[in-house]
Write a new protein. Structure first.
Length: 78
């Protein structure tokens, strides 16, 4: 999950404008968000309990949106 966040930071350099300007960057970011969200579902409840401030259920729901949204994903929301 940390690797996915690092890649997103690398691709965007922390700038929304970089994300907005490149479909390649958008695809890479969405793919890494998908991988991150998918990975979060594989964590045990015990591990999730150590990070109670993370909205795990919402993260799983976000995964479903980006996986099943296909080309209709709202990039503004991403």
């Amino acid at each position: 999950m940390r690797d996915c966040l690092d890649r997103i930071g690398e691709y965007t350099n922390g700038e929304r404008a970089r994300f907005d300007a490149s479909r390649l960057v958008q695809d890479a970011v969405v793919r890494n968000l998908q991988t991150l969200a998918e990975s979060s579902q594989r964590l045990s409840d015990k591990v999730k309990a150590t990070e109670a401030d993370i909205p795990w259920r919402e993260l799983a729901g976000f995964r479903n949106v980006i996986v099943h949204g296909y080309l209709g994903v709202d990039l503004g929301a991403v």
